[in-house]
Design a protein around this ligand. Sequence first.
Ligand SMILES: [Ca+2]
Ligand SMILES: [Ca+2]
Length: 127
Amino acid sequence: MANKGANIAVIGAGIGLAILATVLLLRQKAAPAQCTGFFLVGLNEAIGSRPGYPKWDAKYDIDKDNVISAADAALFRTTCPDVCDFAKFSAAYDSVIGDPNYDPKYDFNMDGRIDYEDFSWFGEVCG
Ligand SMILES: [Ca+2]
Ligand SMILES: [Ca+2]
């Protein structure tokens, strides 16, 4: 009887861990959704903003210190190193939605094509 109780406790703990692992996995999946050039452009344009400023958007305050600053941009680049990877950007260059090498990550102005305008943004926010 004691064994049976212990088994149930072990199973219960196992289910708890499985749920926790799933939650963590879903959270990890959610994070890279913001790893785009478009996000970095928005972040850069909001630099200097605090709550109440016209360009303030809490999603760009990655370190949650109530100011969007170069520290947030640096943190973004550490978390999302691919966005400013020139070799990867080059591989996606000159593509449009539907092309096998089109990658929305490098569509810095989100107009469905990766061209000189995106290259210009790349230079501006990744340089
Ligand atoms: Ca901040
Ligand atoms: Ca574009």
